[in-house]
Design a protein around this ligand. Structure first.
Ligand SMILES: NC(=O)c1ccc[n+]([C@@H]2O[C@H](COP(=O)([O-])OP(=O)(O)OC[C@H]3O[C@@H](n4cnc5c(N)ncnc54)[C@H](O)[C@@H]3O)[C@@H](O)[C@H]2O)c1
Length: 369
């Protein structure tokens, strides 16, 4: 691999639904140089490269063979994450992967080990906690505005993922469902607020196992969900607080992004952890009204975690969406599954540090490299 200075070369692997947001942002950040879009379906890769002005498109192998690619952005389907990330690490590339980090816990451990051995970085979505919404809320919590943290309530209730998703059925199989697809947002936000989980207990069911594919060549075909579509979780955090979470794709309601964190002095309403902006509100003990708090930081979107890795590589500092955080979130989800099987509390053994807040002048659109 070349370089070590200047802009950081990036390959986007996986030219599906979410690549629109990533490519829109990554090609806008002046510290990054998106060199190639890759996909098993080369026509999709070519289409996305053309749409976002990226010079090359091709296969994963083409991306890994490009010496100017330093970071591989893995936007493949969850069951491909492990394999694609491992191949990228073996090729000496740094990796940013979409969530989940992996599907099995031992895969998460192998990814960490491979990155350590290769001396490369790996980071995992979500990077929403680096957006102005969560950064503002986390800053207030760190500054003691809510007092001692006591508890959190998170609600994610929808009828299910957008029915026009091309690979809808895949979202209802291993690596998907509201646990692996959605919980990473909520768990990551809670870990940033409270530190690591200590134990979990959960219940789940699948109220609507039969679903229908809405678009594409398979439109009209029914499929069966093989993962729970409604999961309720109680979590105990090492530092003392506890959380109650609902994760549902079975609800006629559309109530998502609800995160309230209560402390001894105030409750804070935190923005949707699947978004980068949103509203931060505080209700102080004894006050009648909620008070809105202006957001700090610059507008940003999917891809700022990749950018943080790029800047961290050049600065020789740790990146914020760390492999330890990714592994801990995976460990927590696997513990939730184990709790469903055992019908009882399960300890979460791994830990991780909370990420440092971004500096006030952090601007994804500034050229710093
Ligand atoms: N769609 C969303 O709204 C959304 C939002 C946030 C995060 N994500 C995450 O982004 C990832 C991708 O989701 P999506 O909705 O874009 O999926 P998608 O099915 O639309 O696209 C995935 C693409 O990856 C390609 N692919 C799969 N395996 C590959 C491999 N081994 N090598 C090269 N290409 C491969 C597929 O051909 C496909 O084009 C998932 O992990 C998902 O959790 C999606």
């Amino acid at each position: 691999m070349t370089s070590g200075r200047g802009r950081v070369g990036v390959a986007v692997v996986g030219a599906g639904a979410i690549s629109n947001q990533y490519l829109g942002n990554l090609t806008r950040y002046p510290d990054l140089d998106v060199r190639i879009v890759a996909d098993t379906f080369k026509d999709r890769a070519a289409e996305q490269a053309a749409a976002f002005g990226v010079a090359r498109s091709g296969s994963l192998e083409d991306a890994l063979a490009d010496d100017d690619v330093e970071i591989v952005v893995n936007l493949t389907n969850p069951l491909s994450h492990f394999q694609v990330s491992m191949l990228a690490l073996a090729a000496g590339k740094h990796v940013w992967t979409e969530k989940p980090f992996a599907v099995e816990l031992d895969e998460g451990a192998k990814l960490q080990q491979a990155a350590n051995e290769a001396g490369t970085r790996i980071g995992c979505a979500p990077d929403t906690f680096l957006g102005p919404g969560l950064q503002t809320a986390l800053g207030l919590i760190a500054a003691g505005e809510i007092g001692t943290a006591v508890s959190a309530l998170t609600l994610f209730e929808t009828p299910g993922p957008a029915p026009d998703h091309r690979n809808l059925a895949l979202l209802f199989t291993r690596g998907g469902g509201p646990l692996f697809d959605i919980a990473p947002y909520y768990l990551t936000a809670l870990v940033q607020a409270f530190g690591p989980l200590a134990s979990v207990v959960a219940t789940a069911r699948t109220a609507r196992p039969r679903r229908v594919i809405q678009v594409g060549p398979m439109a009209g075909r029914e499929f069966t969900a093989t993962v729970p579509t409604n999961v309720s979780v109680l979590a105990q955090f090492e530092s003392g607080p506890m959380s109650t979470s609902v994760l549902s794709w079975d609800s006629p309601l559309n109530r998502q992004g609800w995160v309230e964190i209560t402390g001894t002095r105030a409750t804070i309403a935190v923005p949707d952890p699947n978004r980068f902006d949103g509203e931060v509100r505080l209700k102080r003990h004894g006050a009648r009204e909620w008070v809105g708090v202006p957001l700090l930081g610059r507008g940003s979107g999917r891809g700022i975690g990749t950018l943080d890795i790029a800047r961290a590589i050049r600065a020789g500092r740790p990146h914020r969406a760390s492999p330890e955080l990714a592994y801990h979130v995976l460990d927590s989800m696997v513990a939730i599954e184990e709790s469903l099987r055992r019908e009882g509390f399960v300890s979460v053994k791994s830990g991780c540090d909370r990420a440092e807040l971004l500096p006030a002048d952090w601007d994804p659109c500034a050229r710093t490299l």
